[in-house]
Design a protein around this ligand. Sequence first.
Ligand code: SAJ
Length: 448
Amino acid sequence: MKLEEKLLAKQARVGIIGMGYVGLPLAVAFAQEGYEVTGVDLSTEKVGMLNEGRSYISDVEDRDICNVLLSGRFVATTDFSAIQQFDALCICVPTPLSKQQEPNLTYIESVVAQLSVYLKKDTLVVLESTTYPGTTDERIAAVLAEEGLLAGSDYYLCYSPERVDPGNQTYSIRNTPKVVGGTTPTCLKLGEILYSSICERVVPVSTTKAAEMSKLLENTFRSVNIAFINEVALMCDTLGINVWEVIQAASTKPFGFMPFYPGPGIGGHCIPLDPMYLSWKAKGENFFSRFIELSQDLNRNMPRYIIQKVVEVLNVQRKSINGSRILLLGMAYKPNVNDLRESPSLEIYELLKEKGAVLTVNDPVCDSMSDKHGNKVEIERTVNEAELSKYDCIVFLTSHAVYNVHAIADSGAAILDTRNAFAGLKAPNVLRIGDELTLEQDRLLVAL
Ligand code: SAJ
């Protein structure tokens, strides 16, 4: 049976390389659709958990894995030679940045090395990892061509960006449109057939570069707009205007405006990193993206702004950071996800620690944390509301749904709200970023 027929009949054997927040949901989706799926990962621990029906990804339930295991449609392995059995495979490995803020494609390169050994003829290969325009052509097609494997005739090659939004309860793989670019028209057609089985809408584009660029546009759009609203927050702080009120008012415009919100910085493995892939590639062609560099600078300096606000909150109480008891609420990079990667909360922790603060770290969703030296940091998993008044400052960093902001505000402790989570509460002891502090100082002093 030809590959196209196998894909249409869902008799193709599908391999997903990289069992992370992108690969695991994808593997489960294909298995639930009836394909025989093998998840390949370097981690024996992850593979072991998966084959025992246990998930380590917030958006994938244990029962989802158990069901596809029991149906015989899913198995996980660390053995990359399994590649030789696949009719189609999706590469969902990390694309981090180096210390010099340059693309680190070592994970992709090691998978391509395995492909050159095990790739079966006529297999469809799809790269999903977020990367700079040209990666699929230069780092997969060109490398395999040196081994005599020609994309479009010996195998088929596409790029299709992942659009996973961890914690999003509305959008899943099925109802999120899927962009696909192929190295040749036949490659594209096969990619469309594969993804049409699990996505309601597949969006074909002319080349793999266009698909790679579309993903970076999506994420750079977010990074630049978040940086802009962070700058507006600093401006409002200086002008004595409440930025949150201003955003709410601007959001009433039914067209031509899209709200973004200030915060303590940006985290996750996408928004802080992906724009640097684009600016690095552009720089290689002597194009310097000032927008991307500026937005990175603004976003990465927000933790220092938060420290400055903590100083102001303590100063009202005639206290210094050194020796003050400070509680950090929310270490995850965004609400309701067990993920600390690039979280600005981590930098705020380090900056306050350097200044001698006596820190308590709280996060009901994240189960473990290390400091920049790799030392384990105890995480308080619940909020002991009776004890909150002992803190000189509470810094609210991540709006986990389980936090009871009313009870936290009622503690009477000085609270620095970096997410406008306490909006609407008449609590003089709560001070917001991007708002006038001086007006609040008197009220805070009175409240304390
Ligand atoms: N953030 C703000 N202000 C905002 C929005 C976000 O400070 O107005 C911060 C968040 O707190 C977080 C960071 O930016 O620390 C990233 O936020 P995010 O919502 O983009 O979270 P991610 O990185 O998990 O999810 C993103 C996708 N998010 C959405 O589409 C809403 C999307 O940007 C990417 O498709 C996806 O990661 C990915 O994997 O590339």
